[in-house]
Design a protein around this ligand. Structure first.
Ligand SMILES: N=c1c2ncn([C@@H]3O[C@H](COP(=O)(O)OP(=O)(O)OP(=O)(O)O)[C@@H](O)[C@H]3O)c2ncn1[C@@H]1O[C@H](COP(=O)(O)O)[C@@H](O)[C@H]1O
Length: 93
């Protein structure tokens, strides 16, 4: 997470991961995570959620923000694993 790196939003990341799923570029960790299936994707969500909890109690704001970004990524992978769209989720907000 560089301070001057361009900011990516939740929706932009989801569009990027959707494209990875469609085009399946070689070397993509997302493609590998999608191929691992929903059980593994769910475990990653739980693992990252735990790391967010620990960071919130014991680590810096920067580390917490990083863990939260990884949780958001893992949630998006799970959404794609189950073919959910952003609208499927947003309609419940
Ligand atoms: N935002 C993320 C992102 N956040 C977390 N991760 C993955 O999740 C890992 C960290 O979570 P873990 O704690 O599970 O890591 P780990 O167990 O040490 O590593 P793994 O064995 O799971 O890789 C990172 O090493 C990445 O592999 C991400 N992987 C990709 N992205 C973004 O997704 C987009 C597509 O990426 P690719 O599919 O790799 O092209 C790009 O914009 C990336 O920046």
């Amino acid at each position: 997470m560089g301070g001057s790196a361009p900011v990516k939003t939740f929706d932009e990341l989801f569009a990027e991961l959707t494209d990875r799923k469609k085009t399946r570029p070689e070397g993509s960790g997302t493609v590998a995570a999608l191929d691992d299936g929903v059980h593994a994707q769910g475990k990653k969500v739980l693992e990252e959620a735990g790391e967010v909890w620990i960071a919130a109690e014991h680590e810096s704001d920067e580390r917490l923000a990083e863990e939260i970004s990884q949780l958001l990524y893992r949630v998006q992978v799970l959404m794609l694993g189950r073919d959910l769209t952003l609208d499927d989720v947003y309609r419940h907000l």
